[in-house]
Write a protein that binds this ligand. Structure first.
Ligand SMILES: Cc1ncc(COP(=O)(O)O)c(C=O)c1O
Length: 404
């Protein structure tokens, strides 16, 4: 038998997914049969949703839904082509211009997913010169790591700095030729909800003449005035060369963007393979982002509610005695340190009666081995009653599992 087929068969027989399934603990691909609000339907039951990235609660917003439906009726359901060829609609151009303005940059390029934005932008920029060097936070998202991998850099051009550690970044920058480096970090780290010291990082980028790329997938819509993101919160928008983000979280859609100088965007439009060789965002997805911008540009209450819910949950989980890391955002991890225990925790939370909780158990490679955790995340539309219910379920299950 072919070796590749043998490996697949072996994994099917005895891989971690199969072991977890046999133990009745498999937590992934669990179908939801309703809209993704603070309460969802799963297995016919009402479940408290603490695993969504629908931070502003916009997936179910009636204004947003009707604008998406209108766009679908006017422009159809798909674009059937790349932006470069037949896939640019006026909706794409207007969204790029609007986002550039919202984010305080000259220009913007929108991709069909955030993953593609990172793959295409990072690889094409690293390939722009023969001796570029990437300086990347050790906990950066898989899409950043894969963007770097696509550039096929030799080892000496890939530098990893300790997570959120400006001192280590400085030491590493000393080893990089001036004017050749790109520092990459996240605005809000996706698994633990902590925020890097962007004030210090921007200073270092300037001092060592390195470009700075911030993936703000979880910061856009959540941090800074009107939700303009982590860089806006730190007042360093100008100093960050490339702001990257996704539409799959606060914007309740699907897609991604980079916002930067016109020259950088022009380079990316003509060199990023994940942009050029993939069909563009469908009209309804673009209209959804426009509709969310219509709301958040004029109303901070969604974001304020979200931060208030997150503060209450963070305090509640901390008071109960869970280990919750250094989150200051609506992503709050519960550190477990063992993947099977994380799967068991998931099942017990989900099966709690009369209401269960949906959370995301996270294992390597999404977190370092030994740092397995339950990723919880919160929505602006979560009520006080649901916060109380959730904390009481965490207390019951946490005590049963001796986590607290
Ligand atoms: C930090 C970060 N960057 C990029 C992405 C990719 O975004 P998308 O879901 O739009 O592909 C994610 C998604 O999980 C993310 O967390």
């Amino acid at each position: 038998m072919n070796e590749i087929m043998k490996t697949c068969k072996k994994y099917k027989r005895s891989g971690i997914a199969t072991i977890a399934k046999k133990m009745g603990l498999y937590p992934y691909f669990h179908p939801i049969t309703s809209e993704q609000g603070p309460l969802v339907k799963m297995e016919g039951k009402e479940i408290i949703m603490l695993g969504s990235n629908n931070y502003l609660g916009m997936t179910g917003n009636n204004q947003v839904k009707s604008k998406a439906i209108r766009a679908m009726q006017e422009f159809g359901v798909g674009t059937t082509g790349s932006r470069l060829l037949n896939g640019t609609f006026a909706l794409h151009d207007s969204l790029e211009q609007r986002l550039a303005k919202f984010l305080g940059k000259q220009d913007c390029v929108i991709f069909s997913t955030g993953m593609q934005a990172n793959l295409g932008t990072i690889s094409s920029l690293l390939l722009s010169i023969d001796d570029s060097v990437v300086i990347s936070d050790e906990l950066n998202h898989a899409s950043i790591i894969d963007g770097i991998t696509l550039a096929k850099l030799p080892k000496n051009r890939k530098v990893i700095f300790s997570h959120n550690d400006a001192n280590d970044l400085k030491q590493k920058l000393k080893t990089v030729p001036k004017g050749k480096g790109i520092i990459i970090t996240e605005g809000v780290f996706s698994m633990e909800g902590d925020v890097p010291p962007l004030d210090k990082i921007t200073e270092l980028a300037k001092q060592y003449d390195a470009m700075l790329y911030v993936d703000d997938a979880h910061g856009i819509g959540v941090l800074g005035p009107e939700g303009r993101g982590a860089a806006a919160k730190f007042k360093v928008t100008k100093e960050v060369d490339i702001l990257m983000g996704t539409f799959s979280k606060s914007f309740a859609s699907s897609g991604g963007y980079i916002a930067a100088d016109k020259a950088v965007c022009n380079w990316v439009r003509h060199h990023a393979r994940s942009f050029i060789f993939s069909a563009s965002m469908p009209p309804a997805n673009c209209a959804t982002v426009h509709a969310v911008l219509d709301l958040i540009e004029n109303d901070n209450s969604y974001r304020e509610n979200l931060l208030c819910v997150a503060d209450k949950m963070r305090k509640g989980l901390d008071d109960l005695g869970f280990e919750i890391g250094l989150s200051t955002t609506p992503i709050i991890p519960i550190i477990i340190g063992d993947e099977m225990k994380a799967f068991k925790f998931y099942k017990k939370l989900f099966n709690h009666k009369p209401k269960g909780i949906f959370t995301n158990p996270v294992r390597a490679p999404a977190v370092p081995k030994g740092r397995e955790l339950m990723r919880t995340s919160y929505m602006a539309t979560m009520t006080e009653d649901l916060i109380d219910d959730a904390l009481s379920i965490f207390e019951t299950v946490g005590k049963k599992m001796k986590f607290i």
